[in-house]
Design a protein around this ligand. Sequence first.
Ligand SMILES: Cc1cc2nc3c(=O)[nH]c(=O)nc-3n(C[C@H](O)[C@H](O)[C@H](O)COP(=O)(O)OP(=O)(O)OC[C@H]3O[C@@H](n4cnc5c(N)ncnc54)[C@H](O)[C@@H]3O)c2cc1C
Length: 393
Amino acid sequence: MNEVVTNRDGESITVEQERQILDSINRWLDRDVRDNVLELEHADEYPHAMVEQMKDLGLFGATISQKYGGLGLPSRTYSKIVSTIAEVWMSLTGIFNSHLIMAAAVERFATDAQKDRLLPRIATGELRGGLALTEPDCGTDLQAIRTVARRDGDDYVINGTKTWISNGIEGNCVALMVKTDTDIQPRHKGMSLFLAEKGPGFTVGRKLEKLGYKGIDSGELIFDNYRISAANLIGAQEGQGFVQTMGGLELGRINVAARGVGVANAALKDATSYAQVRETMGKPIGQHQAIQLKLGDMATRCEAARLLVESAATAYDRGERCDMEAGMAKLFASEAAMENASECMRIHGAYGYSKEYHVERYYRDAPLMCIGEGTNEMQRIIIARQQMARNPV
Ligand SMILES: Cc1cc2nc3c(=O)[nH]c(=O)nc-3n(C[C@H](O)[C@H](O)[C@H](O)COP(=O)(O)OP(=O)(O)OC[C@H]3O[C@@H](n4cnc5c(N)ncnc54)[C@H](O)[C@@H]3O)c2cc1C
């Protein structure tokens, strides 16, 4: 009972406390979320009431240190929370995931004065946002961004466009990646990260329509002579933005992998139940070997994905470099979600294609996990490079 889980800053919770947190999340999901998902999903409606409840649960400060008012949860505990919520409605996890990646960049790289000023407001959800990296012309090749910040006295003036930004519409701030030097080589030395609050010159272009991941806002953000104080340059030093962002992506990939586990589990659970009640040829379809083969593969994928997430999260909590582990977890868990969603749909026959059930949503939500936080093609490349770097000849 006294076994503890510790985060990378040395803050611990007991395994019993972890269980209590997960219990309270499950009670919330059963009481306020589960029965409302289909309606909000199909209306593509932002879940305002649930966001307030997530504030009360402390989710916007889940991984922020207790000294800044957060829960200081280890990544291992946090990833279990993400999987648990994603199993019911994956969209909800995006609302606090991107926010906490923004928070991680501040907590790991900001000056002490910036942390004192920003983190308590981020932890309560008073400041709520995400990470603004992607632009219309570049996602994977982040060093090609064109948003520029020019120094003007004690301020910077920013011009450019960001797109696909989660929480960009309903949130009130973003960690904003810009170029402070467009000529320097290598290009990443000219990149900087600001904590940018909405104000004159920072507007929403449009809400983007999507295949899945409904309810949550994905926005285009426009910066038109947006003036921001130099005090909001994270780390108070130009040229650090790329490194600061890459540091946060390890946690981001573990989170996306945890979402994959949630969707893969949801598909497995629905398929397992349906296989025992739907009958053909005089017996439940789960008695046919063709369906058993699917369920066997689905269950195995879920367990393997869960273990990869736990392994990556544990390495992250120990403060180790874990880009390879996070990449493996993200790659495997997102592909597991894709495959399980597809098999779940086949097992449900026509009902899998119906908007009256959850199955078709898993099928629409799963592909996002293969794209977000670095595509799965890039994960394979990161894993391969680390594989060689860790095994030189
Ligand atoms: C719903 C949603 C939410 C998002 N939320 C955010 C957010 O909050 N903040 C944010 O900044 N971004 C966000 N994104 C953007 C996301 O991070 C990018 O879409 C992703 O990084 C891929 O970039 P891209 O779409 O420009 O594809 P591209 O970079 O144009 O890639 C296209 C294809 O080429 C492949 N490819 C590219 N380069 C290489 C290479 N060197 N080697 C091999 N293959 C390569 C890719 O794997 C992909 O298959 C979101 C996207 C979606 C769909």
